[in-house]
Design a protein around this ligand. Structure first.
Ligand code: HEM
Length: 466
């Protein structure tokens, strides 16, 4: 590593002592979204820090740089040790699945996992998604106070349990649910304690990991023994072959299954969380959404075919993921010395593409902090760089569950909004907390109000009421 080179400006890190470094990070962790917003506002959309002994770190919210890093130089900018380290990184939960791997191993795994996400395969999951949405609503009553975060998390977990393992996650055990919840909490808890300190959460998450392993290996054994394609993602993972006719080992299948389990529900749950939160604050958007859903569905259950006729529903999801992208930041490390747009990236430089700030970059977006689904009409988006909006990332490592998640979010929004609307409970303290995803730190307390679709006001009326 070197200090020579051309680096953009950024906030100075006082790093003379361990205590000063500790304070800097503690201060950052108290309000990461506030801090990045402040820094990008002050230094522009590419910022640089000196970290450690001659170390470099970039924070990036610039579309052209996104293209360079995630597409043109995607072989140079790889996932760093914070992913693959089995002691401290995501690999301690996910093992060496798609999210945590690099290089040839990742390429082979990506090819093996891809068939599970072919359009035809995932289209078959649409009815499951809608059925679980309905089952969730069957538990609710008009006027009931709910933690929407808990409801969405459970709903998307059930869906991924069914589509991944053809299992009813509620029966395969509340233990799966509990295990995933603990692992998720552990992976979403920032701590400045060294990794060898056995905190109660770390101990519980190790136990949860063991239990989840046991259950998943049982699924794998059963499926191998039967040799059947049950139509779920796991069957596909086990049947898929590389160009030499070889299949994944049990350990690889386990790591990919856990990866999909963890990556495949919290992100979608948070997409829905923030959508309900935004809709509650924008009654005119909500009314327009209701109008579309009521007109198109006419009271019947939503299906995959209906999605084409629900463009505003899709615009609402898109705009919600612009303002509150569940995966708020993508990390990479330079595997060799390189340059991007004239700036130096010595080998080992770490970077975060801060999707949250890219999606609110004032050089790209009009009224960047406002919730305006209408900005997603074809006419209005044609001048916006496709690298300015990347909720699922872009390039070779784009989210493999992209179409699955988009279908799920749209179907669940249409299904639930057809029957319910939500309002924040008075004095609710909703705090977006970014870690791996942006989640509501203290939950999302809302009241569920049953809707009468026929009496939906026209959007113009709602505007008058708002
Ligand atoms: C709204 C929901 C979702 C969002 C916003 C989202 C976002 C992302 C993003 C930004 C990445 C790139 C991360 C990086 O390169 O560092 C990613 C990767 C990935 N996502 Fe998703 N995701 C969602 C849903 C899903 C679902 C439903 C699944 C699977 C069922 C899934 C599985 C994966 C996997 C396996 C990767 C790693 C791909 C690779 O590196 O080859 N995601 N996702």
């Amino acid at each position: 590593m070197t200090t020579q080179g051309n680096f953009p400006a950024g906030p100075p890190i006082v790093r003379n002592t361990m205590m000063q470094q500790y304070r800097f990070y503690k201060n950052f962790l108290e309000d990461p979204l506030g801090k990045v917003t402040e820094w990008f506002g002050e230094y522009g959309d590419v910022i640089h820090f000196n970290v450690g002994e001659n170390g470099h770190q970039y924070y990036i919210a610039n579309p052209e740089m996104v293209r360079e890093i995630l597409i043109k130089q995607s072989d140079t900018f790889i996932k760093g040790p914070d992913y693959s380290d089995e002691e401290h990184g995501l690999a301690r939960f996910m093992g060496h699945g798609l999210i945590t791997s690099n290089g040839d191993f990742w390429k082979r795994q990506r090819k093996l996992v891809a068939p599970a996400f072919h359009t035809q395969r995932i289209s078959a999951y649409a009815d499951t998604m809608v059925a679980y949405g309905q089952q969730t609503m069957d538990r609710w009553e008009d006027g009931q106070a709910l933690d929407i975060d808990e409801e969405m998390m459970e709903l998307t977990l059930m869906i991924v349990g069914r589509t991944l393992f053809d299992a009813d996650a509620s029966q395969t055990a509340s233990s799966v649910k509990d295990a995933v919840a603990i692992i998720q909490k552990a992976s979403n808890t920032a701590t400045l304690l060294p990794s060898w300190v056995p905190t109660p959460l770390r101990i519980r998450s190790k136990q949860a990991n063991k239990m989840l392993d046991k259950i998943i290996y049982e699924f794998i054994d059963e499926r191998r023994a039967s040799g059947e394609d049950q139509g779920d993602l796991l069957s596909m993972l086990l049947l898929s072959e590389d160009e030499n006719g070889e299949r994944m080992t049990n350990k690889q299948a386990r790591d990919e299954a856990v990866t999909l389990f963890l990556a495949g529900h919290e992100t979608t749950a948070n997409t829905l969380n923030w959508t309900w939160w935004l809709l509650a604050q924008h009654p005119q958007v909500e009314a327009k959404l209701h109008h579309e859903i009521d007109t198109v569905l006419q009271g019947k259950t939503a299906s995959l075919e209906d999605l084409r006729r629900l463009p505003y529903t899709d615009m609402v999801i898109k705009e919600s993921m612009r303002l509150m992208p569940p995966a708020w930041s993508i990390g990479r490390v330079a595997s060799q010395d390189t340059e991007v747009m004239g700036y130096s990236f010595p080998k080992g430089t770490g970077l975060s593409i801060v999707i949250y700030s890219l999606h609110r970059n004032p050089d790209v977006w009009d009224n960047p902090n406002d919730f305006i689904p209408e900005r997603w009409t074809d006419e209005k988006t044609k001048d916006i760089s496709k690298y300015a909006y990347i909720p699922f990332s872009t390039g070779p490592r784009i989210c493999i569950g992209n179409s699955f998640a988009t279908m799920e979010a749209n179907l669940l929004l249409a299904t639930i909004a057809q029957q319910y609307q939500f309002r924040l409970t008075p004095n609710a303290n909703v705090v977006p907390q970014p870690f791996i995803t942006i989640f509501p730190k203290y939950g999302l307390p809302m009241t569920a109000h049953k809707r009468q679709p026929q009496s939906t006001p026209q959007p113009e009326q709602a505007l008058e009421m708002a």
